[in-house]
Ligand binder design. Structure first.
Ligand code: ADP
Length: 615
């Protein structure tokens, strides 16, 4: 298998954790001790890679212990999450043992520092529960859905027991759920002054063990025809989070790790530490992954009445859930950051940008307070789905040793979209038509590419009708062009053909937490042309301006969000395609050689779980 270069910015998470002898943490308050927690001095970490259930290249295993951040200011490594959690008033808590966890110094792939432990140390398997509002393909709005789908399988392949809890939406892809049946008939979930009766279903989604919670109430929280977009969204997901925790408790499930995602399930650690730990659920530890800071779940005091968090003084405290801007509002994502045992976001650069680069949408001070338990892990993509060697949606399969097959797909793409067959490169864009994605630069790029002798293909849609209308106008304007096709809509199948048939993939985002399109494009040998933000900066390395060796450069990058920036990167990509085909072909190979599967991030998350879990 191809190996990924060492010098990428894949993670700022510790390779593994020191262990403490801490006993059960009962009734602990994560807030007060956290304020006192100090980062420990860095010392050598001892990587404890697990033997994978499937054969994994040893070099990749060991690399997870040797990644070093390239970001200007790496996120500080955690000191001791257990110490963070421990309340000083807790009589039965053992004194915290000194722990030493840090981002290790860079080592060449496949090597370890002399004092590190050998690579194949056995480790116990874990019981991991994801609580999530989305999972591909049954309930997908964005990349979060793909992450839960891919990560859960990677964790299971490595021998862990993984379960996933979702709402039972009426608009799910039920055709992807196997053997759906009632698992827990009568779950009564506290809500306002009473309870809501729920039924919990179980089914397999492509072998993943999934529980679906269906509430029976006149609010009909999840029978709305779509996943989001309702005025009571915050209440809906505050309820779901409570129901998921109540289900774990009543079903007598005591996972080692609860992994929750985004603001929708950020109340999970709050419920755990405020309710369930006190009545005996002392075992689980919580990891919160934030996929995008733009949405945080902000709501007024009615949340407290609904959830039973009946202490306004406590929860409106600035150190707990009070929104950093609005003193009469509560912020679910902030609560999650405060209460979770570890918080990740989806790339090291985005971790830096959110904490120190003004991209935290107001949560910067909270991230600073909790920096010792915060870091970034670049998402993987599912190579079972995104792999040109086996992709059933493309007419010709190809790999790094048969790149010419890519040009059959280019012809097929042109046939399908009625584009001219000529010598021009195809520049593509696939994504949500959201301002985050850099829509004004995208528009400019279409005209720039056409003027400079390229073809352009766009596949995208927006829930915002004004934006859709704008792109429909553009489509009509360019309708006569045989070098341009804009497809306004969502089409998974067509996206595969575009990834395979295009020459370049444009991602001009204003901000991009991780980005999956560039990762998929790399896999298909489609050269990414990206703005240097978030996960794009961590995964795409400029052909002309990089300190990486030539064979590790895989795309074109621009810094400034403006027309000259975009033209600089796209212009160079097009020039290389036309003027230096051999060089371009080498770049395609470089791109395809990268490993952005779940293999490495899977190990990173296990390291985090090990770090926070109770012995
Ligand atoms: P985000 O999560 O911000 O939407 P990502 O880059 O993380 O962006 O993930 C986008 C995913 O959705 C990619 O897999 C991309 O191929 C897919 N996608 C986006 N828009 C479309 C569309 N219109 N049709 C098909 N797939 C799409």
């Amino acid at each position: 298998m191809a190996k990924k270069p060492t010098s990428t910015n894949r993670t700022t998470i510790p390779a593994t954790a020191g262990k403490s002898d801490a006993t059960h943490i009962k009734g602990s308050d994560p807030v007060a001790p956290l304020e006192r927690a100090e980062a420990k001095p860095a010392a050598k970490a001892s990587p404890k890679p697990r033997p994978p259930a499937e054969e994994k290249p040893a070099t990749l295993q060991s690399e997870s212990a040797s990644v070093t951040p390239r970001t200007p200011a790496p996120v500080a490594a955690p000191a001791s999450a257990k110490e963070v959690l421990k309340s000083p008033s807790q009589p039965d808590a053992a004194p915290a043992q000194p722990q030493s966890v840090h981002v290790v110094e860079p080592l060449p792939v496949g090597t370890h520092a002399p004092d590190e432990e050998p690579a194949h140390q056995p480790r116990p398997n874990l019981f991991i529960v994801h609580i999530t509002p989305e999972m591909a393909p049954v309930a997908k709005v964005g990349g979060l859905a793909d992450v839960v789908f891919g990560l859960s399988q990677e964790l299971a392949i490595r021998g862990n027991h993984v379960e996933i809890i979702l709402p039972k939406y009426d608009n799910m892809r039920y055709d992807h759920i196997y053997n759906l049946h009632v698992d827990f008939q009568d779950l009564f979930v506290p809500w306002f002054d009473g309870t809501i009766h729920c039924t919990v279903y179980f089914g397999l989604v492509h072998d993943r063990k999934c529980f679906f919670i269906e509430p029976h109430s006149q609010d009909d929280y999840f029978n709305r025809g779509s996943i989001y977009g309702f005025q009571d969204d915050v209440m809906r997901f505050a309820f779901f989070s409570r129901a998921a925790m109540e289900f774990l408790w009543k079903a007598n499930k005591h996972p080692d790790i609860i992994h929750c995602h985004d603001w929708q399930t950020a109340l999970v650690p709050v419920y755990l530490y405020e309710f369930y730990q006190r009545i005996g659920m002392t075992h689980p530890r919580v990891c919160l992954t934030i996929h995008n800071y733009q949405h945080q779940g902000v709501i007024g005091g009615e949340l407290l009445r609904a959830t039973g968090l009946h202490d306004p003084q406590r929860y409106f405290d600035y150190n707990r859930l009070r929104d950093n801007y609005h003193q009469h509002a509560l912020n679910l994502l902030k609560g999650g950051i405060v209460y979770a045992n570890f918080v990740t976001t989806v790339s090291p650069r985005y971790a830096f940008e959110t904490k120190d680069g003004g991209q935290g949408f107001g949560l910067e001070p909270t991230l600073h307070t909790h920096h010792i338990k915060y870091g970034g892990v670049v998402n993987g993509i599912d190579y079972g789905v995104w792999n040109p060697e086996v992709d059933g949606y493309i007419p010709t399969r190809y790999g790094i040793d048969s790149i010419d097959g890519k040009y059959d797909n280019k012809r097929a793409l042109r046939d399908r979209l009625m584009l001219a067959h000529n010598e021009k490169p195809i520049v593509a864009f696939i994504g949500r038509l959201d301002p985050q994605k850099g829509l004004d630069l995208l528009r400019h790029a279409i005209f720039f590419a056409l003027e400079r002798g390229a073809q352009f293909v766009l596949l995208g849609s927006s829930p915002d009708q004004a934006i859709n209308a704008d792109f429909w106008g553009l489509k009509n304007m360019l309708n006569e062009s045989q070098d341009c096709h804009l497809e306004i809509g969502f089409d998974e199948e067509l996206s595969h053909l575009i990834y395979a048939g295009a020459d370049m993939m444009l991602v001009p985002s204003r901000f991009e937490p991780c980005g999956l399109t560039q990762l998929i494009a790399l896999r298909y040998g489609t050269i990414p042309v990206v703005r240097s933000v978030g996960g794009l900066a961590d995964t795409v390395f400029d052909m002309d301006n990089s300190d990486l060796p030539l064979q590790e450069r895989n795309g074109y990058v621009f810094e400034n969000y403006d027309h000259p920036g975009l033209e600089y990167a796209l212009g160079r990509a097009m020039a290389c395609y036309s003027d230096h085909p051999d060089r371009y072909r080498e770049m395609i190979k470089n791109a395809m050689r990268y490993d952005y599967s779940w293999n490495l991030p899977g190990q990173d998350y296990l390291n985090i779980y090990d770090f926070i879990r109770e012995k």
